[in-house]
Design a protein around this ligand. Structure first.
Ligand code: BGC
Ligand code: MN
Length: 323
């Protein structure tokens, strides 16, 4: 009855009004959720921005340097490739401990990928399969370090990253990529190497509808030179539980006048594997407020933990620790 009446009196103006209202609602909701603008390096600037640096053991093994310009220019969406998810394609070329270097050309970049971990077996499996397939196409030298917290205290992600950074430095890696286990890159041209400025790599995450929620977000997947990481005394060891430790890292960089960078959106798309939300750390805001005050004595120079074991798996180097 009502519907029929409404339909009879329906006018094109009603439709326009409805469209207008919906547009207004969307417009009102979105700007608060996303950074309105942020700077990024365009395709033409990417290769120049990358830092040429390799570990000593892989330098000067081949005559010709690998060609990265083609990989960047080609930048394909690779997440839909079924074989990337199915099994590790070039397993025979991956050395014990999860290390790979291209054969036939000289790698220009050596990267330690550091993954803090506890109790996410399914994600880990998806991560390792996909990442080895993704990374072995990039002609870089890399090794995956998994740092696992085996105690039952709240997860201390930043401390695990500090531990991983320390181990990677022992192996001589000049570049660190701090990587959540639940994030996977979608574009083949997001080269896993360090830039002159530390780089926020996952700035277009599907979880955030491919937008950056705020300009100071510097978590998820970030690339940072080992020397710069040491200069800022690494990350804080005091964030127990979810949240804030990445904002703290950003504050540390700012305190040392180190700017960050990002690549253009079409290089920076990531997907987030689903998981239950973690319990946020109630203390995180207070900790963050004093981030730079604590920086000189809370970080790499105050890192205390128990090394339980180091194990070389086929696809990764496992570092078991008690925090
Ligand atoms: C938290 C960060 C987190 C970000 C995005 C912030 O409120 O402090 O740790 O990365 O939200 O989820
Ligand atoms: Mn997550």
């Amino acid at each position: 009855m009502f519907v029929r009446l409404w339909l009879r009196s329906f006018h094109i103006y009603d439709l326009l009004l409805a469209i207008g209202l919906i547009t207004l609602i969307v417009f009102l909701c979105l700007p608060f959720r996303f950074a309105s603008h942020y700077e990024y390096i365009e395709e033409s600037g990417i290769e120049k921005a990358l830092l040429k640096q390799v570990t000593r053991n892989v330098s000067q093994q081949e005559v010709f340097e690998c060609d990265y310009s083609e990989i960047i220019a080609e930048n394909r969406f690779v997440y839909h490739l079924a074989h990337y998810h199915y099994s590790v394609q070039r397993g025979a070329e991956i050395h014990l401990g999860g290390e790979f270097r291209p054969e036939g050309c000289q790698a220009r970049y050596s990267t330690a990928i550091i993954v803090p971990y506890r109790n996410r077996e399914e994600q880990l499996h998806a991560f390792l399969t996909y990442m080895h397939n993704y990374l072995s196409q990039q002609l870089i030298h890399y090794r995956i370090f998994l740092v696992e917290q085996i105690d039952h205290k709240p997860f201390n992600k930043a401390m695990l990253l500090n531990i991983g950074a320390q181990v990677a430095a022992e192996y001589g890696f000049p570049c660190l990529i701090l990587h959540d286990v639940d994030l996977l890159p979608l574009n083949s041209g997001q080269i896993y190497a360090c830039t002159e400025r530390p780089r926020h790599m996952c700035s277009a995450l599907d979880h955030w509808r491919f937008h950056l929620p705020y300009r100071g977000l510097f978590g998820g997947v970030v690339a940072i030179n080992t020397v710069q990481f040491q200069q800022i005394n690494g990350m804080s060891n005091l964030y127990h539980g979810w949240g804030g430790e990445d904002d703290d890292l950003y504050e540390r960089l700012r305190a040392k006048n180190i700017d960050i960078c990002r690549f253009a959106m079409e290089f920076s798309q990531y997907t987030m594997l689903k998981h239950k939300p973690e319990q946020p750390n109630a203390n995180r805001v207070a900790l963050l407020r004093a981030a730079t005050l604590r920086q000189p004595f809370d970080g790499l120079n105050s890192l205390v933990y128990k090394k339980v074991e180091r194990r070389l798996h086929r696809l990764f180097t496992l570092i078991l620790v008690v925090t």
